[in-house]
Design a protein around this ligand. Structure first.
Ligand code: ADP
Ligand code: MG
Length: 245
């Protein structure tokens, strides 16, 4: 059939557009090629699991998606911004506004309370202390930690630390949530609870890209992308989700 185009309002919007992304690390004069030409589009409100063997380049790719690192070459358009051509300052601004990043090791600030950790991104956004604390408190309540707001990371369990980190990632209401092995340090029961939170984040309209090497975790996603040795080996809809939803 020809001549049928969707009206613009129901056309899916691309949030991540990668074209021939390459990344090499330099150790002295030696280049180690890690990403060898990644091309992918991810639409707004997709839920993607990125899988692949250890060393295949998953974290390298996530760091580029999260604007924590730059590709050696290639194009990355994030929500309409060509971030591959941006200077560091502009990149930091886009990162703070558009992206929430969740790490395997939580990456919380050890001397700050849960509430203060969650509020950190709001400092960069220039928001007053009172508003920061109110917003951080309501975000902690959303992840079920309203009664732990004054605890420091070493006074919280691993699962609670990850909830704090998720609250921090959500605090600026970013469209894109990136999570690199967010359940990698957690037991099975806690992992299930954390994955329920990611499910809610997706259901509320966020785009979620999550790295995992566990099939059970990946099964929460609608689309599964597999990396091998720096290239995309496969990219398919998760059949389990097709029948469940
Ligand atoms: P994955 O997350 O899939 O396990 P990574 O992206 O962390 O893989 O690493 C891919 C490859 O890049 C590995 O061989 C790793 O040793 C190398 N690598 C990762 N980060 C660096 C770095 N900062 N400097 C040099 N080599 C690195
Ligand atoms: Mg990794």
């Amino acid at each position: 059939m020809t001549g049928i185009t969707k009206p613009p309002e129901i056309m899916q919007k691309t949030i991540i557009h990668l074209e021939d992304i390459r990344k090499s690390y330099f150790i002295g004069k030696n280049a180690l090629p890690v990403l060898k030409g990644i091309r992918i589009d991810i639409m707004l409100n997709e839920y993607v699991a990125l899988m692949g063997p250890s060393g295949s380049g998953k974290s390298t790719l996530m760091n580029i998606l999260g604007c924590l690192d730059s590709p050696t070459s290639g194009t990355y358009v994030l929500n309409g911004h060509d971030v591959s051509k941006m200077e560091d300052n502009d990149l930091a601004e886009v990162r703070n506004k558009e992206i929430g990043f969740v790490f395997q090791q939580f990456n919380l600030m050890p001397r700050l309370s849960a509430l203060e950790n969650v509020a950190v991104p709001l400092i960069y956004a220039g928001i007053s202390k009172k508003t920061r604390e109110e917003r951080a408190m309501s975000m902690l309540e959303k992840v079920g930690l309203g009664d732990r707001y004054h605890h420091k990371p070493n006074e919280l369990s691993g699962g609670q630390c990850q909830r704090v980190a998720i609250a921090r990632a959500l605090i600026n209401d970013p469209a894109l949530i990136l999570a690199d092995e967010p359940t990698g340090n957690l037991d099975t029961k806690t992992s299930v609870e954390i994955m329920e939170i990611f499910g809610q984040i997706h259901a509320s309209g966020n785009t979620v890209v999550l790295v995992t090497h566990e099939e059970d975790i990946a099964d929460h996603a609608r689309r599964i992308v597999r990396l091998r040795d720096g290239v995309i080996e496969s990219d398919h809809i998760n059949e389990k989700q097709l029948v469940d939803s």
